[in-house]
Design a protein around this ligand. Structure first.
Ligand SMILES: Nc1ncnc2c1ncn2[C@@H]1O[C@H](COP(=O)(O)OP(=O)(O)O)[C@@H](O)[C@H]1O
Ligand SMILES: Nc1ccn([C@@H]2O[C@H](COP(=O)(O)OP(=O)(O)O)[C@@H](O)[C@H]2O)c(=O)n1
Length: 477
């Protein structure tokens, strides 16, 4: 299975980062030749790495973090612009001196290197700059966290410095690039985690750790290494997505399921169908006996009624959802779906209010998706208007606030982010951005899940995955 190229903002940057990292790793990394442009290979050798080619693979035996040597000749990064950032960052974090030829000076690069403690002299011309970088063996950990992403070269430089800087370094990246960088660092065994920060993800690396050799196939990063971990986990993968109304849970859940080949269950439909059935029978959605009976009588066909999408069904749903007997009646169906996903899928995505807390508390991936209430009301307003429903936005906002309050304050399975959920605020992310962020965060959790499973029963890691540490941040409430 592959992820679409849209996941990767800049494959050249990702491939160059892989090559440069392998030069600073003890042991032999095996990278597909497609990832390591020919012109980059002599440059790795200048840094002291051994480079051997054959059979479509470039084998790089590196010198370890802190072990790079000063090159004797200028390093020519002109033909591989993506290499400039990670290369300069790595040099800045070593006690070496090097001259680097570039085809232009990327925004923020020099300032990032200087902030880390390196000395940088820029010579040459605008179209052919020459950078003299004098690095330091004790660089300062960069703190370039959100809310705005750094320009790519500066970001990759900050990440590379962070590998040798003591303590934690934080770098804000667009979600797609953050996912790729996370996957790569994890494949090299770097302690790393991801934390959502508005429209970006903060990638946090712990420096001075031992890296481990990686193996990256030609289809990386379109196929991230963590996807292989899916096939090495214990049982089906469950992705739990919870959050308030119109946060974008369903949109995200459907897209994640499609990309990863997982089944999808919109659990809100179960509550909506129960509420609607009771109302149609002339009953009250607050009546425990009638609602429990309706919940037990649900059939799969009831979930296809277009009326379920309306706000009236949403209101009835949140009323029946506060009745413990209704929740109990619907629980078994949801758990069975996660444990045995239909059509042989290797896992399932469930979205709702209590998936991470009650339905699937053991889910390895838990996302709490939220957004500002005005943004959510606007989204629902646009959605309903597009469907031809006459609606007033201020009324939607008010109803949504009431429904959220009811969902948050009910005594049974209230809507709250559990401690091990990642809170993803989609207010400043469009649909693609939210999907990239969710996939990156899922990857981080799948890595952690895989390693926990492997540790528990002594199995080997997925191909090319020697040992990432935990990742993925936890919810903040
Ligand atoms: N990140 C986003 N940016 C803009 N609109 C979005 C985003 N995510 C979802 N939407 C839109 O908002 C509306 C509500 O999304 P939906 O996935 O149904 O939310 P939920 O399942 O949380 O109720 C839909 O019209 C959807 O297309
Ligand atoms: N797992 C779930 C899913 C929905 N629900 C209830 O069902 C209502 C409708 O859920 P939904 O997910 O279809 O609603 P939207 O977020 O799409 O507006 C919610 O307001 C909750 O009260 C729940 O309690 N638990």
């Amino acid at each position: 299975m592959t992820l679409p190229p849209s996941l990767i903002d800049d494959p050249a940057t990702a491939g160059a980062l892989a090559a440069v990292l392998s030069a600073a790793t003890v042991g032999e990394s095996r990278l597909s030749a497609a990832l390591v442009p020919c012109v980059l290979r002599p440059l790795l050798a200048e840094l002291g790495a051994q480079v051997a080619e054959g059979g479509g693979t470039v084998a790089v035996t590196g010198r370890g973090l802190g072990g790079l040597r000063s090159p004797e000749t200028p390093l020519d990064a002109r033909a591989v612009p993506g290499a400039l950032g990670p290369l300069c960052g790595l040099l800045a974090g070593h006690a070496v001196s090097a001259v680097v030829r570039a085809d232009r000076l990327p925004d923020g690069l020099v300032a990032t290197l200087e902030r880390a403690g390196a000395q940088v002299v820029v010579g040459g011309s605008t179209t052919a700059p020459l950078l003299t970088v004098r690095g330091t063996a004790s660089p300062l950990a960069p703190d370039c966290g959100g809310p705005a992403a750094l320009p790519p070269a500066a970001a990759m430089a900050a990440l590379a410095v962070g590998l040798t800087a003591p303590g934690e370094s934080r770098v804000a990246l667009p979600p797609a690039l953050a996912g790729v960088a996370f996957d790569l660092l994890a494949a090299f065994g770097v302690p790393v985690r991801l934390e959502p920060a508005g429209a970006v993800l903060d990638l946090v690396v712990t420096g001075e750790a031992e890296t481990a050799p990686a193996a990256l196939p030609a289809d990386w990063p379109v196929t991230p290494v963590w996807l292989a971990a899916l096939d090495h986990g214990a049982g089906p993968l469950t992705v739990a997505i919870d959050g308030p109304a119109a946060a974008g849970k369903g949109t995200l859940a459907r897209a994640v399921a499609a990309r990863l080949g997982l089944a999808y269950l919109d659990t809100g439909l179960l509550y909506r169908a129960t509420g609607l059935a009771v109302r149609r029978a002339g009953g009250s959605p607050d009546d425990p006996a009638a609602t429990e009976q309706a919940a037990r009588a649900l059939s799969p066909d009831d979930l296809n009624d277009p009326a379920l999408r309306g706000e009236a069904a949403g209101d009835a749903a949140s009323r029946v959802a506060a009745i413990p007997a209704v929740r109990a009646a619907l629980l078994e169906f949801q758990r069975a779906f996660a444990a045995q996903p239909p059509d042989g899928a290797r896992g399932a995505v469930l979205d709702g209010r209590d998936i991470g807390s009650v339905v699937c508390p053991e889910a390895p991936v838990k996302l709490f998706v939220t957004a500002r209430v005005e943004t959510r009301a606007r989204r629902r307003f646009l959605e309903l208007r597009e469907r031809g429903t006459e609606v007033i936005e201020s009324r939607i906002l008010r109803d949504m606030e009431e429904r959220d309050a009811r969902d948050r304050s009910r005594s049974v399975a209230p809507l709250v982010p559990v401690a091990d959920a990642v809170v993803l605020d989609t207010s400043d992310l469009d649909r693609d951005g939210a999907l990239s962020a969710a996939l990156a965060l899922t990857g981080a959790r799948v890595w952690a899940w895989h390693h926990a499973c492997a540790r528990a029963d002594g199995r080997a890691g997925p191909p090319g995955a020697p040992g990432a540490t935990d990742t993925g941040s936890t919810g903040d409430s």
